[in-house]
Design a protein around this ligand. Structure first.
Ligand SMILES: *[C@@H]1O[C@H](CO)[C@@H](O)[C@H](O)[C@H]1NC(C)=O
Ligand SMILES: *[C@@H]1O[C@H](CO)[C@@H](O)[C@H](O)[C@H]1NC(C)=O
Ligand SMILES: *[C@@H]1O[C@H](CO)[C@@H](O)[C@H](O)[C@H]1NC(C)=O
Ligand SMILES: *[C@@H]1O[C@H](CO)[C@@H](O)[C@H](O)[C@H]1NC(C)=O
Ligand SMILES: *[C@@H]1O[C@H](CO)[C@@H](O)[C@H](O)[C@H]1NC(C)=O
Ligand SMILES: *[C@@H]1O[C@H](CO)[C@@H](O)[C@H](O)[C@H]1NC(C)=O
Ligand SMILES: *[C@@H]1O[C@H](CO)[C@@H](O)[C@H](O)[C@H]1NC(C)=O
Ligand SMILES: *[C@@H]1O[C@H](CO)[C@@H](O)[C@H](O)[C@H]1NC(C)=O
Ligand SMILES: *[C@@H]1O[C@H](CO)[C@@H](O)[C@H](O)[C@H]1NC(C)=O
Ligand SMILES: *[C@@H]1O[C@H](CO)[C@@H](O)[C@H](O)[C@H]1NC(C)=O
Ligand SMILES: *[C@@H]1O[C@H](CO)[C@@H](O)[C@H](O)[C@H]1NC(C)=O
Length: 562
């Protein structure tokens, strides 16, 4: 079995020594409070909507069938999919109050996917992976500012079998049963539960022997299932941008970024300001003051050392970052930049710094930080369509107090081992993310030792990451251009291509930055996320490669006839 994970930079906190909590929003509510009244597992109605010869349809999976034309508000056929909950324990352990995890599984028609499955996990901890499915990489998308769900031409299901999972227990549509407290205190517990669930999932869909790839974003990179699931076989891992925070529903978070990602944020923050001040537009005296403070706190010296290739040895965090100094006000440049940015742009979104007012209406109220109804997956009809019955009180990010801060960042624990066993780990970072900064992630990787050496031996900024052009857009643009019309593209989800950042691979680990993308790479630059998955799955040899997506044959490379 191959395990692949898109690790989230969040997990990789550059300062891991400092280890502040990733999730400032932990609340006192217990997992139990989100459980439905009845503890018994509902008998889901069987919907015969699939042909009998569907590969994944069997007597165990039948009850998970989703009616592809019966998902509320989605006005097109989603095709074959399965959703519902499976226990974290062995199916042979009969315990009506056992905890369960929710999944939504979409088989792929891609013939290269016959023996593989990709898992997608959102972060938090405690954020629902339905966010990824709904706004990042699923077969339909209902993104900020859009009127209704659209088919997603960049759905990862085009490439492979995909399953989105709400975890750990108590997250999203995953049940924390009354009388069965989640008992999660660290990543080892999370991994234990996930492993039990995964065994049940594999058995239910008869996927024994499949290659398994992990993808996810933000806090998902903290997960160490990659080792637990298959301790002796090769694993792969790969990373997306990250969302290391839960956020109060429907309202703007006021939690400063440093409380979420102190390490990967604070150290590179001043340099980030200097680089992106054409977007942030902060005044000269403020910028000067920030730079002086960063210098005095040792951040510039640290970043120079951290971004030396090859690194000259392990580099410690600056002393101003040490325990007892972490909250030193004069060194908290990350939050002060954030606050100043809010004065200039009241809709400043640290997930994507080029957002401006007004907030876009958003079905999930996330991640625009504006209000939104945030109720799609809380609707009883939606839950019924997904075989969740009785109703679960759903929130995009959960209210629970996981003691996950007791777990060390994955860059200090499992990540190097995952690279070594798979030689196929990708860590991606959106450059417009002001929560997990690309250079902070890079500093973390450059301090890590894997496959016999520390960090990268040469600059990871030399080679360009190419995202194929979408042929539909190419055709539209050249046609209208020659008719002297203003170019327009069709309604629906479209995305551009071209050079979109930098990419670098050494000893099985790829670091890739994505321009235009904020915290959620597939959401902001769908072609980039799609391309990264093609690379992870081995469908292309390099992210520098120019050419079409493997699933399109338009061969539009951006060359205009002029
Ligand atoms: C770099 O790695 C060393 C050894 O693992 C560790 O002691 C140090 O804290 C790390 N530096 C940072 C900034 O995390
Ligand atoms: C699927 O949903 C559609 C729309 O609600 C409905 O017309 C159809 O009967 C459903 N199919 C099955 C097999 O339940
Ligand atoms: C459950 O029990 C059946 C029948 O005894 C057995 O074949 C199967 O291997 C068991 N599954 C697990 C996960 O123990
Ligand atoms: C079922 O699980 C709950 C919570 O873990 C436990 O308290 C209870 O004893 C279990 N019941 C059985 C029959 O194993
Ligand atoms: C990231 O680091 C590189 C190399 O030091 C530097 O050229 C670039 O400006 C930095 N980017 C930001 C946003 O700080
Ligand atoms: C806190 O920072 C100051 C100034 O950088 C430094 O002199 C001091 O040693 C630091 N304290 C600790 C506990 O590291
Ligand atoms: C410059 O920005 C800082 C930080 O927001 C603010 O305190 C200061 O008043 C600003 N100066 C002017 C002239 O607006
Ligand atoms: C979810 O639905 C339940 C029942 O309709 C309702 O009580 C609850 O307030 C809803 N939660 C959210 C976040 O809207
Ligand atoms: C998972 O993480 C925990 C704590 O972070 C660590 O103690 C444990 O050894 C890890 N498990 C594996 C299999 O690496
Ligand atoms: C995904 O599949 C659809 C349907 O076959 C196709 O129209 C679309 O171009 C594909 N997307 C990509 C990026 O290949
Ligand atoms: C696109 O390019 C591939 C190889 O680069 C070639 O095999 C294919 O025929 C081309 N398709 C079209 C439509 O030109």
């Amino acid at each position: 079995m191959h395990l692949t994970a898109f690790l989230l930079p969040a997990l990789l906190g550059a300062s891991s020594g400092a280890l502040a909590a990733e999730n400032p929003h932990r609340r006192a509510a217990t997992l139990k409070s989100r459980a439905p009244k009845s503890a018994s597992k509902p008998a889901a109605p069987v919907k015969r909507v699939l042909s009998e010869d569907s590969r994944f349809l069997n007597s165990n999976s039948e009850k998970f069938v989703v009616n592809g034309t019966g998902v509320p508000e989605v006005n097109f056929d989603l095709g074959e999919s399965y959703a519902g909950r499976l226990p974290i324990t062995s199916p042979n352990v009969t315990n009506a109050t056992a905890n369960e995890l929710f999944f939504w599984f979409f088989p792929s028609a891609n013939e290269l996917a016959s023996n593989e499955i990709v898992i997608w996990l959102n972060g938090g901890p405690g954020c629902s992976s339905m966010d990824g499915l709904f706004q990042e990489n699923g077969p339909f998308q209902w993104q900020s500012g859009t009127f209704e769900p659209q088919p997603n031409p960049f759905s990862w299901t085009n490439l492979t079998n995909m399953v989105w999972i709400d975890q750990p227990v108590g997250t999203g549509l995953s049940l924390a049963a009354p009388g069965a407290p989640a008992q999660i205190k660290d990543e080892t517990d999370v991994a234990r539960d996930f492993t039990g669930f995964w065994k049940n999932f594999i058995e239910t869909f008869e996927m024994q022997g499949f290659d398994v790839y992990f993808t996810g974003e933000s806090y998902a990179g903290q997960s160490n299932f990659t080792r637990q699931i298959s301790p002796t076989s090769p694993a792969t891992s790969s990373t997306r941008t990250t969302r290391p925070t839960t956020m109060s529903r429907g309202s703007r978070s006021t939690t400063p970024p440093s409380a979420r990602a102190p390490s990967s944020g604070r150290l590179p923050a001043a340099a980030y300001l200097n680089h992106y001040n054409n977007v942030l537009n902060l005044n000269d005296s403020f910028v000067t003051a920030i730079n002086e403070r960063a210098e005095a706190c040792g951040y510039n010296t640290f970043m120079d050392l951290a971004l030396t290739f090859p690194p000259t040895g392990k580099f410690p965090a600056p002393t101003s970052f040490a325990t007892g100094n972490l909250t030193r006000d004069d060194c908290d440049v990350l939050d002060d930049i954030y606050l100043a940015a809010l004065y200039v742009n009241p809709c400043f979104n640290f997930y994507h710094i080029t957002d401006y007012c007004p907030f876009l209406w958003d079905e999930l109220g996330f991640p625009s930080l504006g209000d939104g109804p945030n109720n799609y997956f809380n609707r009883t009809d939606v839950q019924k369509a997904l075989n969740v019955n009785p109703h679960v009180d759903y929130a995009i990010c959960g209210d629970h107090s996981l003691g996950l801060e007791h777990s060390l960042p994955s860059s200090f624990t499992v990540l190097a081992g995952v690279v070594e066993r798979t030689n196929n780990v990708l860590v991606g970072n959106g450059n417009l993310d002001y929560l997990i900064l690309s250079n902070g992630t890079l500093a973390t990787l450059n301090n890590m030792t894997w496959n016999g050496a520390q960090g990268f031996s040469s600059s990871p900024f030399t080679d360009k990451f190419f995202v194929p052009y979408n042929p539909t857009i190419g055709d539209a643009l050249t046609e209208t251009f020659f008719q002297s019309e203003i170019p327009t593209v069709s309604v629906g989800l479209v995305a551009g291509g071209g050079y979109f950042g930098t990419t670098h691979t050494e000893r099985g680990l790829t670091f890739v930055t994505v321009d235009h993308a904020g915290h959620e790479i597939p959401q902001y630059v769908p072609g980039a996320g799609y391309r990264q998955l093609e690379f992870l799955l081995g469908r292309i040899d390099s992210l520098t490669e120019q050419g079409d997506f493997t699933t399109q044959s338009g061969n539009f490379t951006g060359t205009t006839p002029l």
